[in-house]
Design a protein around this ligand. Structure first.
Ligand code: BGC
Length: 262
């Protein structure tokens, strides 16, 4: 029998799943048999489209609007999951923004706050709703989508990089708290993946060439590179993995600029 990623009977909430990484993650989880809550903040049409795709493919999905930086919205998101599909088994904290490029001192502090609210407070609000439901079951998986920028500083994006480094520490601390309940918490750190978030970079030949120099493998990532790894980590095939970051970045963290010279 072929090896299979089996998530049959599981309920998964994927935040920010109307497009980009979240959309692919939701599709992979559904293909592995999970029922999926598609969450969006603004892109209702796209979220409806993903939901319909999953249903037409024979899967189970519902679509719920919620801004993860708002506690009340998050509460509603998990209550909808309870009502329609059952208490969550898998949470993927994917929703996130880069924010505006701005240098410290010459910046808008409200923008810094906005990035931290969505990228760090959001996953925390979602995780607390999730663990309340996972602890009684003594089972669950929480995946926090960070970035290579949890390790690599990124000039002009101090809020983004700090939010991802913070989220990585949240992963480790929460993993320590809930391991005794058989709940695993893992960060997945994408490198340069082609999504709407960085379309202005890969859509332009000069900035694409610059970005490719930062990746050891000879290509940017595709959303499916992330979706497949997340599905694997959510499954029992990874049942002894917790509290760490799994980079999925084609070797961006190998600092390929050091291949020559130094
Ligand atoms: C960012 C992308 C960027 C990539 C590599 C990701 O975390 O969201 O915009 O291209 O890191 O720097």
């Amino acid at each position: 029998m072929a090896l299979e990623i089996n998530l049959k009977g599981k309920v998964a909430v994927v935040t920010g799943s109307s497009s980009g990484l979240g959309r692919s993650i939701a599709q992979f989880l559904s293909q592995a048999g999970a029922s999926v809550v598609i969450n969006y903040r603004k892109e209702k049409d796209k979220a409806d489209e993903v939901t319909q795709e999953i249903i037409q493919g024979g899967g189970k999905a519902i679509c719920v609007q919620a801004d993860v930086s708002k506690k009340e919205d998050v509460k509603h998101l998990f209550e909808m999951a309870d009502q329609e599909l059952g208490p969550v088994d898998i949470l993927v904290n994917n929703a996130g923004i880069d924010g505006k490029r701005q240098m410290c001192g010459d910046d808008d502090p409200d923008e810094w706050e906005r990035v931290i609210s969505i990228n760090l407070l959001g996953p925390y609000y979602c995780a607390r709703e999730a663990v309340k439901r996972m602890i009684p079951k003594k089972s669950g998986v929480i995946i926090n989508i960070t970035s290579d920028h949890e390790f690599v500083p990124w000039s002009g994006y101090s809020a983004y990089s700090s939010s991802k480094a913070g989220l990585s520490m949240f992963t480790k601390t929460l993993a320590q708290e809930v391991a005794e309940n058989n709940i695993r918490v893992i960060s997945v750190a994408p490198g340069a993946i082609k999504t709407p978030i960085n379309r202005d970079v890969w859509g332009n030949p000069d900035s694409l060439a610059d970005l490719l120099k930062k990746v050891a493998m000879p290509r940017l990532g595709e959303v499916s590179d992330i979706g497949s790894v997340v599905a694997f980590l959510c499954s029992d095939l990874a049942s002894y993995v917790t509290g760490i970051t799994v980079p999925v970045d084609g070797g961006m963290l190998l600092y390929p600029d050091f291949k020559h010279g130094g």
